[in-house]
Design a protein around this ligand. Structure first.
Ligand code: ATP
Ligand code: MG
Length: 383
């Protein structure tokens, strides 16, 4: 049988980006090496500050083209003080252009504990934090961040500013479908918690109606409840397990709630994210209806210039991003779970002196490379 081939573009980026992406790349290579029926073509391209230095632009045409043709994109973080707010060309502009060019309207951020041994790092009490397993699905290119606005002081006597929040039925339907497919990719399927402010906002009343109807008609098997954003933001810290499952919400609320939930596991270095241009197919890639959905997968942390080049960054957020890439863009749930299990096994283990295997952000002394190598070593036994 001929192997099914997938193109994965790697954008190492700036700061600690190349260091953590190198470890996630080894993980993907281990998955491909162990498989008799898939082939991953990994190709690296310049993007971000390093591309500004080399090509004079953050997003070179060749990088954009490769991303458009890819089945998925694995990215390190971009930016840093060298290309700060006063620079003419900024790395972040390249990211906005890339997101727009790929039409990435869904941002997905899980917050959970890779291992219970990390519970002590949480700002929440262990009894409250234990078992938290939340995936935030945030609408990314609509709502108040993209509506018409007016700054104050445009005319000398003007002392008002305004922003407009607009959502259409089709924008709400498509993000609802993403949340539903993500809920279905888990075994058993996850409940969906839709978050809005329907007691005040017209956009939220439309949101609630469209989410309810779309799920009733297209995904009647999924459980749905609704929360107001103010009460949901309290629940996330007071009893977060009540929101276990998929949180489905619009752009502004999602920005806030995804940051709030991501502090629960205790280190920025641990968590992955995905930005998608379509609902992932939950069918295995072998099935006739499987279609790869391009997406960008990256850790939630930034380029961490303070520790760049020291070889101490935690690669786990990027390695778990690679697992999300396999699951959501390539339809490869089994190796995705193997990666997640390998991370758990490593974090559950101790060295000969009885110390947990940890990078510096979690109080340990493992280097980025050693942490990556330990995860790959365990992964090979699970594939
Ligand atoms: P952004 O670039 O999105 O603005 P930021 O500057 O707010 O991000 P980061 O660059 O993520 O934040 O860094 C915040 C802090 O967390 C820094 O002290 C950094 O060293 C630390 N940090 C971030 N990612 C990691 C990681 N993978 N491993 C260890 N420490 C990390
Ligand atoms: Mg930063």
């Amino acid at each position: 049988m001929s192997k099914k081939s997938f193109r994965v573009v790697i954008l190492p980026g700036d700061g600690i980006g190349p260091e953590v992406v190198a470890e996630a790349t080894k993980v993907l290579e281990a998955v491909a090496a162990a498989s008799t029926d898939i082939d991953l073509q990994l190709e690296s391209h310049d993007f971000g500050g390093c591309a500004i230095d080399k090509h004079g632009v953050a997003l070179p045409d060749s990088t954009l083209q490769a991303c458009k043709e890819a089945d998925a994109i694995l990215m390190g973080s971009i930016g840093g003080p060298k290309w700060g707010v006063n620079s003419k060309i900024r790395p972040e502009q390249g990211l906005l252009t890339l997101r727009k060019a790929l039409g990435l309207y869904a941002n997905i951020r899980p917050a959970n504990f890779a291992s219970d041994s990390l519970l002590d790092n949480s700002p929440l009490k262990p009894a409250i934090a234990q078992g938290v397993d939340i995936i935030v699905v945030r609408e990314l290119i609509g709502g108040v961040y993209f509506g018409a606005r007016k700054e104050s002081g445009v005319a000398p006597d003007e002392d008002t500013a305004w922003d407009t929040m607009i959502y259409s039925v089709s924008e709400i339907q498509r993000i609802t479908r993403v949340a539903a497919q993500i809920a279905l990719a888990a075994h058993p399927p996850l409940p969906i918690h839709s978050i809005d402010k329907a007691n005040v906002l017209a956009t939220s009343r439309l949101w609630r109606k469209v989410v309810t109807e779309t799920l009733e008609v297209e995904y009647p098997q999924l459980k749905l409840d609704h929360h107001l954003v103010d009460s949901a933001s309290m629940l996330i810290v007071a009893s977060p397990r009540k929101l276990n499952g998929v949180i489905l919400t619009e752009n502004l609320f999602g920005d806030i709630l995804s940051d709030e939930s991501s502090v629960i596991p205790g280190s920025l270095g641990l968590l992955p994210s995905a930005s998608l241009a379509g609902a992932p197919s939950v069918a295995d890639y072998k099935s006739a209806n499987f279609k790869a959905t391009p997406g960008i997968y990256e850790p939630i942390h930034g380029s961490a210039p303070d520790i760049a080049g020291k070889g101490i960054a935690n690669p786990i957020g990027t390695i778990l991003s690679a697992a999300m890439l396999l699951r959501y863009s390539l339809g490869l749930d089994i190796p995705a779970r193997a990666i997640e299990n390998a991370v758990r096994v490593v974090l559950d283990n101790e060295d000969k002196g009885g110390h947990g295997l940890r990078t510096a952000d979690l109080g340990g002394n493992l280097s980025t490379k050693v942490m990556g190598a330990k995860i790959v070593e365990v992964l090979k036994t699970l594939l």
